[in-house]
Structures are given as C-alpha cells and as structure tokens.
Ligand binder design. Structure first.
Ligand code: APR
Length: 242
C-alpha cells in the first residue's frame, strides 16, 4: 500500500475508476463464470451468449437469462458493493464505476455513477428499434416491443458484440489517476485492457481479487472483496478525508 499512498499524496483530487467483475457478486450468491462451479462449466458460451446461439435456439437463450434474472432478484448486495458505494462518496464526481456485471447489486448498495458495459439483466431490448425497457419477469419469444412490435432480447451484451459506453469508458480510463479492478479475471477484452490503458497514461493501478490474476498491477490486495474493499477504503480515507 505504501507505493499507492505515496502516489496519492501527489494527487489532491484524483479521478478514480473502479472496474468490477463477477467476483464482487460472488459473496451475494451469484455464480462467477470461470472458477470451479462457474457458469461456463454448465453452459457453452456459444449456445447462450452469442447472437449465433440465439438465432439457432432462442428459447434456450431466453431460459438461460430467465434463470439468471430470477437468481439476481433473490440476491442482496454484500459488504463489497456497499464499500464501493462509499468509495464513490469519498471521491464524488471524480468517481466512475464501470461494471461487467449485469445484476443491479451496485445500484441496490447505493452506487450512482455506473456504466454497465455488458448490459443489464433487469432490462430488455427490442431487436428492431433498440428500445430498452425495465424487465423483471421471464422474457420469451412471445414478448414484443411496445413501440414497434419487434421481438425482444435480454439487454445483455453477447460475445462478438460491442460492449456499451465504450467511448465514454475509454475517455475516462485514459484520464484517470487511480484505476481499481475488483473481482475480475481480466481475460475478457476490452475490459481486460483498461488497466494497461490507465497505467500508460500515468495512473496507479490496483487489483483486488480473491487470488491475484498475475496481471501487472501496481498494487495487489488479495482476499474476498467483502473485506479488501474496506481495507483500501480505510487507506484512501486516511489520505482524502480532511
Ligand atoms: N472477492 C474478490 N474476487 C473474487 C471473489 C471474491 N469474493 N470471488 C471470486 N473472485 C474473482 C475470481 O478470482 C476471478 O478472478 O472474481 C473473478 C471472476 O472471474 P470471471 O468468472 O472470469 O468473471 P469476470 O471477470 O467478471 O468475467 C468477465 O466474461 O463471460 C463474460 O460477460 C461475462 O462479464 C463477464 C466477463
């Protein structure tokens, strides 16, 4: 942490970006993807998380997201989500949360400035006109867009599709002072490249993960995010709480 604190003492109002992955929601009972018991052990990504998979078997894809939506609705934010919301309180408008997660646990924990780069489970999108609406229940091929009667899909970004808000994210990552990746394996691009982008512009990069991913972050704190975010928050408050 010494390197981090020495760096931050040179920054009066740092711009802070947090990138979260499935590991932040793991302690809320939502399965991750690539660990033992992860989602991709039971499903073929190609079958349930690609446009091609949807066109070949839409009912399987609708059901895959219906199951995940039900599970997400039963989940509660854990201490890691709340501590990330407190990070936002500490840094105010200089703070941006970019999440790869499609659950709404960050919102439930009080985070405000959030970009869901992989979409949101509790929303549906029209294939034809792109209208996005809140969607809490099951989604099926019978559900049609209220605006144009087109077919609806989960508002979740599939592989081979462009993540959302990329211009905004790249601009913010290229201009931040502190980049914190929490609970992500760092194997899916473009999110996996953000920390290097930030580092190349002079940011200090921090990884919070149950097990270090081996990526070249400046500061690495391993352990469950329900504990490690608070450890980081305590250090940051010692520098920025006047
Ligand atoms: N605290 C911190 N980290 C944790 C915890 C925890 N309690 N539990 C697990 N982790 C870490 C794991 O060590 C792993 O590095 O969370 C990471 C989860 O990695 P993945 O399952 O690969 O999830 P993620 O990085 O979010 O995947 C990125 O891949 O399949 C796509 O769209 C999907 O958004 C997802 C993207």
């Amino acid at each position: 942490m010494d390197k981090l604190l020495a760096f931050l003492k040179t920054k009066r109002n740092p711009k802070v970006i947090v990138l979260t992955g499935a590991g932040v929601s793991a302690e809320s009972g939502i399965r991750t993807f690539r660990e033992t018991g992860g989602l991709w052990e039971n499903y073929n990504v190609e079958d349930v998380a690609t446009p091609e998979g949807f066109y070949s078997n839409p009912d399987l894809v609708y059901e895959f997201y219906n199951v995940r939506r039900k599970q997400a609705k039963l989940s509660e934010p854990n201490r890691g989500h709340f501590a990330i919301a407190e990070l936002e309180e500490l840094f105010g408008n200089n703070f941006l949360l970019v999440t790869q997660n499609v659950d709404n646990l960050h919102e439930q924990a009080g985070s405000k400035n959030i970009l869901h780069m992989h979409g949101e489970l509790l929303k549906a999108r029209c294939f034809e006109c792109g209208t996005v609406i809140d969607w809490e229940g099951d989604l099926t091929s019978d559900d049609k867009c209220e605006s144009c009667s087109g077919p609806m899909r989960p508002h979740v970004v599939w592989f081979n599709e462009m993540p959302l808000y990329m211009d905004e994210i790249i601009s913010a990552v290229s201009d931040c002072d502190l980049f914190i990746a929490i609970g992500t394996s760092g194997v899916v691009y473009p999110a996996a490249s953000f920390y290097q982008m930030a580092s190349s512009k002079g940011a200090h990069t921090v990884e919070l993960n149950l097990h270090p991913t081996g990526a070249n972050f400046d500061t690495i704190i391993d352990g469950p995010s329900s504990r490690t975010v608070d450890m980081l928050l305590k250090e940051l408050r010692s520098v920025y709480t006047n």
